[in-house]
Ligand binder design. Structure first.
Ligand code: PHE
Ligand code: FE
Length: 289
């Protein structure tokens, strides 16, 4: 790893204008690729307890709501009664799909984010929420990033999709299409649903790490659920401070991988002339799954 310390100007990924909470000025090391050491020793007993309680509550409600790939891989995170050392997870993750997790102090800018993904390195926020944020948090913390995202990276097809998303992100950045592509990340990696033989299940990390949204996303009659269609998803705005009102459904991770194989350049050109669609809005002819 490059050990040049960078002077980091926090920037925000996505549609939010909140500054990242990660402490970029704590005197700790932030490296040129925006990663940092995990500093496991600085977690308090209360931090470990928050993680343990979040894990326990969320693991209990997975059956029937989380997809099979997630449930199968969750034990690979190892410990559940404290915040894991990222190194211990990496021993298993690297063997499974050649992915690794790396610590970051909070949300990082687009280009370093895409670069990490393109190199099969998944950025995991190193701090944990406060007890007041136990039920809902609007920015990623270590529980969301580890529990929500990392089990899915044990699935080979999904893992390949995320790497290709990172490569696509660098390309979208050059074409000023990041806002469109970020929506695809939102509606797949963060809030994606998959159809299994027994019914709909969640594979998106924002759903899987949320106590309330998991049931809402999979079972509530309120939200709109549409088959994943790239232009439709990329035009659809999203909310960061409430449950989603639109979800997109895939049939398999292979489908997701294949759907995103083509060059997006013509798609971005087409989308530049089209209007956004509000979260939850239904277009004529659409019906919910
Ligand atoms: N195929 C996309 C492009 O050419 C890249 C991409 C792959 C984007 C996977 C998202 C997900 O830009
Ligand atoms: Fe996330």
């Amino acid at each position: 790893m490059d050990s040049t310390a960078a002077s980091v100007t926090p920037a925000v990924y996505g549609e939010s204008d909140r500054p990242p909470r990660g402490d970029y000025s704590r005197g700790g090391t932030v490296l040129a690729d925006y990663t940092c050491p995990q500093d496991w020793a600085s977690y308090t007993a209360a931090d470990h307890d928050t993680y343990r309680r979040l894990y326990e509550r969320q693991a209990a409600q997975l059956p029937g709501l989380a997809c099979d790939a997630f449930i199968a891989a969750l034990p690979s995170l190892g410990v559940k009664d404290r915040i894991p050392h990222f190194d211990e997870i990496n021993e298993r993750l690297y063997k499974a799909t050649r992915w690794e997790v790396v610590a970051v102090p909070g949300l990082i800018p687009e280009v370093p984010f895409f670069t990490l993904l393109a190199n099969r390195k998944f950025p995991v926020t190193d701090w944990i929420r406060t007890p007041e944020e136990f039920d809902y948090i609007v920015e990623p913390d270590v529980f969301h990033d580890l529990f929500g995202h990392v089990p899915m990276l044990f699935d080979p097809a999904f893992a390949d999709y995320v790497q290709r998303y990172g490569q696509g992100g660098l390309k979208a950045h050059a074409q000023e299409a990041c806002e469109k592509l970020a929506r695809l990340y939102w509606y797949t990696v963060e809030f994606g649903l998959i159809r299994q033989p027994e019914g709909l299940r969640a594979y998106g990390a924002g759903i899987l790490s949320s106590v309330g949204e998991l049931r809402h996303a999979v079972q509530s009659a309120a939200p709109l659920r549409l088959p994943l269609d790239l232009p439709r998803a990329m035009r659809t705005r999203y909310k960061i401070d409430s449950y989603q009102s639109t979800y997109f459904v895939i049939e398999s991770f292979a489908q997701l991988f294949d759907l995103t194989a083509p060059d997006f350049t013509p798609l971005y050109q087409m989308l530049a002339a089209q209007s956004d669609i509000e979260a939850g809005a239904k277009l004529p002819g659409e019906s919910s799954a």
